[in-house]
Design a protein around this ligand. Structure first.
Ligand code: URA
Length: 426
């Protein structure tokens, strides 16, 4: 690798709107990972990228440098086609819990590396961790064995998966440089590409409960990630899906595992089933499998694969999952139809109940959360519950009741609900 670079020169090129050579990017990211480039220098470069962007060549080099900061998982020995999914995160987004075993039941292998929840969106690992005995940390050898024996795994990222991203993300978080499309796209794609999948479907959420609140930005993010994936030899497609209201009716860890099991039994809320099947169809097409995922879901094969996947990771689905000590209904103030439900308010309220973390080090309460008894399109009667809130500590109820009061809108007539899947990019 060329050693002619120094951090200040690299920062100045991007500060002045220039194009960074690939070897300068590789040098900088490698230096930052090893500690040779300082936090303040990496923060300055992130701000320069935030302000001036990266073109396609720079983006490819940046992503590759982040992948090369750790090791790539080799899934070459897995006989089934490997295909993964990434969601940009939302409220009540439990799709991975259903999709992972569904893919296994359809003959694919899904090596899902997930994260814990931060902010108002829940994390897949926290949901799975509500199952007694389940463990998120797997060695690479265990991961390969799970892919062959079960075809599905949900695991935490190993220390060696794109370590540059871990450092850079923490830095971006405190320097106002998270909301940059090239930095988000390279961050997500470096981890997905390094985790060894051959194909990838992205669920880019749009709406007030999502990271991207506007459709144009979401479209650019999706196109950028699809471009990075293809450049790296990973067949990639994106779906833009709505995140204005929570997905499904349950928000909270145990509550969402229960709802996922309903969908795996062929029932559950229609929006969760719709997004799951839309993603599943794209994934199966990329994997070259002609299987009808709806039929597989309806005959319970996905449920069987979920049981196997959980058992492989030490979990016991027959053991009692944590439930909250207290429940409190919140009644509808009027009779009519629910016309709107604010996903951001519900997500923030769930965090206040203890279902998520306000700070990284917070303990979560697995049984806490919110049941949305009424969603847009449903009729409601004054005095009947529209929410049931669950918490281990009753003192958490008053601020949540206040936050949820404005979260639901009731009108005199039903309002037609648009399809939760907006468009496909790829
Ligand atoms: N998720 C990531 O993994 N990285 C980002 O930059 C934003 C969301």
């Amino acid at each position: 690798m060329a050693t002619t670079w120094d951090a200040t020169s690299v920062i100045i090129i991007k500060r002045d709107g220039g194009k960074l050579p690939a070897d300068a990017i590789a040098w900088f990211i490698d230096g930052y990972t090893r500690g040779a480039v300082a936090d303040e220098q990496a923060a300055a470069l992130c701000m320069a990228v935030y302000l001036n962007g990266l073109d396609n060549d720079e983006l490819a080099a940046w992503t590759e440098a982040m992948i090369d900061s750790g090791s790539r998982v080799d899934l070459g020995t897995v006989e089934r086609p490997t295909v993964d999914k990434h969601s940009t995160g939302g409220v009540g987004d439990k799709i991975s819990l259903i999709l992972c075993p569904l893919m296994a039941a359809c003959g694919a292998a899904m090596p899902q590396v997930s994260g814990r929840g931060l902010g108002h969106t829940g994390g897949t690992l926290d949901k799975m961790a509500s199952i007694p005995g389940w463990r998120a940390e797997l060695s690479t050898a265990e991961l390969r064995r799970a892919m062959t024996e079960v075809g599905a795994v949900i695991s935490a990222a190993s220390e060696d998966l794109a370590p540059a991203d871990r450092k850079l993300y923490a830095l971006r978080d405190v320097t106002g440089t998270v909301a940059s499309i090239p930095l988000i796209a390279s961050s997500i794609m470096s981890k997905k590409i390094a985790s060894g999948t051959s194909a990838l479907v992205l669920d880019v959420k749009v709406g007030r409960g999502a990271f991207m609140t506007n459709l144009d930005d979401a479209r650019v993010l999706a196109e950028t990630m699809v471009g990075i994936g293809r450049e790296a030899g990973v067949a990639t497609v994106a779906l833009l899906t709505r995140m204005d209201q929570p997905l499904g009716r349950m928000v909270g860890n145990t509550l969402e595992v229960d709802e996922s099991l309903d969908v795996l039994d062929g029932g559950g809320p229609l929006d969760v089933r719709r997004v799951t099947l839309a993603l599943a169809e794209e994934m199966l097409a990329l994997a070259g499998l002609s299987v009808d995922p709806a039929a597989v879901l309806d005959r319970g094969s996905g449920h069987d694969a979920f049981v196997e996947m959980v058992r492989f990771q030490g979990g016991d689905l027959d053991a009692q999952r944590p439930t909250a000590r207290f429940q409190q209904p919140i009644d509808s103030p009027a009779t009519g139809w629910v016309t709107d439900l604010d996903a951001l308010a519900v997500g923030q309220a769930a965090v206040r109940l203890g279902a998520g973390r306000a700070r990284k080090e917070d303990e979560i309460s697995y049984g806490a959360g919110i049941e949305c008894a009424a969603k847009p399109g449903d009729p409601v009667t004054a005095g009947e519950p529209v929410f049931v809130i669950h918490a281990d500590d009753e003192a958490r109820f008053p601020p949540v009741i206040e936050r949820l009061a404005g979260a639901i809108t009731i009108g005199p007539e039903p309002v037609e609900q648009p399809d939760v899947v907006i468009e496909r990019i790829g």
